[in-house]
Design a binder for this molecule. Structure first.
Ligand code: SAH
Length: 614
């Protein structure tokens, strides 16, 4: 029932909240995060991480603190964990989010333990004890748009009829204005109110098996399945999931059908499907020769249905697809695997505040998080209940292959890069491995079938430039001085061209312990084309605990100040600096920026004004 299965995290920011916090921690067998065991400034950050990791959150503090902390991450009521505020004196328990089921239930439990009032505000839950918009997972509400009006009708005390029977709807028996009519159908509930469209709930009880030709038009498959179901008098809402052969895991029509039916598609290897050979009604030698099992649609739905399941619709074939339907038995174990997903993400230069919410969300949803071990520490604290796989520096290819192959097994994998994942990071290597044929050092065919997405992040250069105002305010380029993959002549040639072109130049990987001279050579080239007072932002560990950002120029800059944790931005021939009125502004009281040419406009406006004078 949407109840987050993860351990709750309890937070308090004050000594006053400790007592109530510890009582609840004992009640729920979980940890209390408080100033006793965590620096105060980190407590709200941990609260964000817990929220993104889908942990129920209980804050013994003002509701305002929780709201302000979590508001950037609140998206949809359908997938947020319960969030509960408890007043420091323990008198009030207020479910703030995740209220439809679990937050209210949890708040009730805590309220009873503390002998406190639970301030439950979700109208239908208070009065009805359930929310009609969120039936349990194995039921589907066919017309969610109509739920509000019927709920309102019930809450106004008007007569409503419920036809059907299921445990989850039973709390409504206590309502004097609701009349129950039981029927022999145990898979359908209809909620009726005069003059309004009835709510229809359907029990999800069938596994749909499908097969189709490569690039089968989605409309063909969707039309075929829906019309067959309707010919057999079976509601589309009773489909629990779509099942097929793993070779088909990237077949667009199957995923479009899944979306059309509002369910997930899952896949099995042919050996698993072949175990159903004795149970197939329409085995095919031709299919066996082609994919290694005697039937895809019948085999797949029967595998999902379990040994007490049975075929309800035998295989039906069109020129492009096949389908079969099986009633799911009471004990089913093998639900196959979904199409795997690899998200290659940039987590920003340092702490969570410079990370996009989208990246935080995929991290929260991941099964496996992969990365260079140093970057994984930037995720501190590492999300719990995930497999974390750390690689050493230099193991980039291994890291990307592992990520792709693990996604190929049907897992949700996140490959973490610092900054942006396009910029001197893993996107292009992942693409290279995907492009190479499996027979020639590429990744396996299952890895190639995964859904891959690359999510951007804030790169070191952007964060560094912003600290100083806007040194990358006009045309700029980024050059990596790492000579591991690019030879030094090429690097220096690019530096020369960029200097000649008067680009603002950001230098990544500027110097390692062993490689120092390339940076000197680079600066000597740039000095030929730019004045001595050209500003340089030197930014080390941006967004991390030992952040140090200084402003130099081509004359005063010393290459010794630089290591691999530093990014440099060298202005163009127009870049400027100026002192601000306070050391608190910019970089130690100075701004550095590159004008874009607006000053020409200012002058032009001045002239127009002068001319306009009588
Ligand atoms: N993908 C990363 C870049 C990785 S290359 C990004 O978009 O930022 C590694 C180089 O990036 C480092 O040698 C350094 O030059 C720069 N860098 C990355 N993170 C940094 C940070 N937090 N502070 C300063 N420089 C950083």
């Amino acid at each position: 029932m949407n109840m987050s299965s993860l351990t709750p995290r309890i937070f308090t920011l004050t000594n006053a909240g400790q007592m109530i916090g510890s009582q609840i921690a004992d009640l729920l067998c979980c940890d209390l995060i408080s100033p006793d065991n965590c620096p105060s400034k980190d407590i709200t950050r941990k609260m964000c991480d817990a929220f993104l990791g889908n942990h129920p959150i209980i804050g013994v503090c003002s509701a305002g603190i929780i709201i302000r902390t979590l508001s950037p991450f609140i998206k949809s009521k359908h997938n947020e964990p319960p969030v509960i505020a408890i007043s420091e004196d323990g008198q009030f328990v207020i479910p703030l989010l995740g209220g439809h089921y679990s937050a209210n239930i949890l708040a009730d439990k805590i309220g009873k333990h503390l002998n406190a009032k639970s301030a439950i505000s979700t109208g239908s839950y208070v009065t009805l004890g359930l929310s009609l918009s969120e039936p349990p997972k194995d039921w589907k509400l066919m017309n969610p748009a109509d739920v509000k009006r019927i709920t309102a009708r019930i809450l106004r005390g008007k007569k409503v009829e419920i036809i059907g029977d299921a445990d989850w709807i039973k709390p409504l028996i206590n309502q004097s204005n609701i009349y129950f009519t039981t029927t022999s159908e145990h898979n359908r509930i209809v909620v009726k109110a005069q003059g309004l469209p009835s709510l229809v709930y359907q029990k999800k009880e069938y596994a749909l098996g499908v097969g189709c030709i490569r690039n089968c038009p989605s409309d063909d498959l969707i039309g075929f399945v829906n019309s067959t179901l309707s010919d057999h008098g079976i509601s589309a809402g009773s489909i629990e999931g779509i099942y097929s052969l793993d070779l088909k895991s990237d077949e667009p029509a199957i995923h479009d059908l899944a979306q059309n039916l509002g369910v997930e598609a899952h896949f099995y290897p042919s050996e698993t499907l072949e175990c159903q050979y004795p149970n197939l009604q329409n085995p095919s030698e031709e299919v066996y020769q082609e994919v290694g099992c005697h039937g895809v649609s019948e085999g797949a739905c029967l595998t999902r249905a379990g040994h007490k399941g049975h075929l309800t619709i035998e295989k039906i074939k069109t020129s492009t697809a096949t389908m079969a339907l099986a009633k799911i038995g009471p004990t089913t174990t093998n639900e196959g695997v979904p199409r795997g997903k690899l998200s290659v993400v940039g987590i920003g230069p340092g702490n969570i505040s410079l990370r996009t919410p989208e990246v935080s969300r995929v991290l929260a949803d991941a099964d496996v998080i992969v990365g260079y071990k140093r970057y994984l520490t930037l995720l501190d604290p590492l999300p719990r209940n995930k497999e974390i796989v750390a690689f050493e520096l230099g193991e980039e290819e291994k890291r990307c292959r592992f990520s792709l192959e693990t996604a190929g097994l049907g897992k949700q994998v996140v490959l973490v890069c610092s900054g942006d994942s396009n910029i001197f990071a893993m996107n292009s290597l992942v693409m290279e491995l995907l492009e190479l044929p499996a027979s020639n050092s590429g990744v396996s065919s299952m890895a190639k079938k995964t859904f891959v997405q690359c999510l951007p992040g804030i790169t070191a250069m952007q964060a560094a430039s912003a600290k100083g105002g806007g040194l990358i305010g006009h045309d700029f380029c980024a050059i990596s001085l790492s000579n591991l993959l690019t030879d030094e002549e090429t690097i220096l040639e690019r530096v020369k061209r960029a200097a000649q072109g008067d680009f603002v130049i950001s230098l990544y990987n500027p110097a390692s312990r062993k490689r120092r001279t390339l940076l000197d050579q680079t600066l000597n080239i740039i000095r030929k084309y730019r004045p001595e007072n050209t500003p340089i932002v030197v930014a080390r560990n941006i967004g991390r605990s030992k952040e140090r950002i200084t402003l130099k120029d081509l004359k005063t800059f010393q290459a010794e100040e630089v290591d691999m944790l530093t990014v440099l931005i060298i202005g163009n021939s127009h870049s400027r600096t100026f002192a601000t009125n306070s050391r608190l502004n910019g970089i130690e009281g100075h701004w550095a920026y590159t004008p874009r040419g607006y000053n020409k406009k200012f002058r032009h406006q001045k002239l127009i004004k002068k001319e306009a004078k009588p």
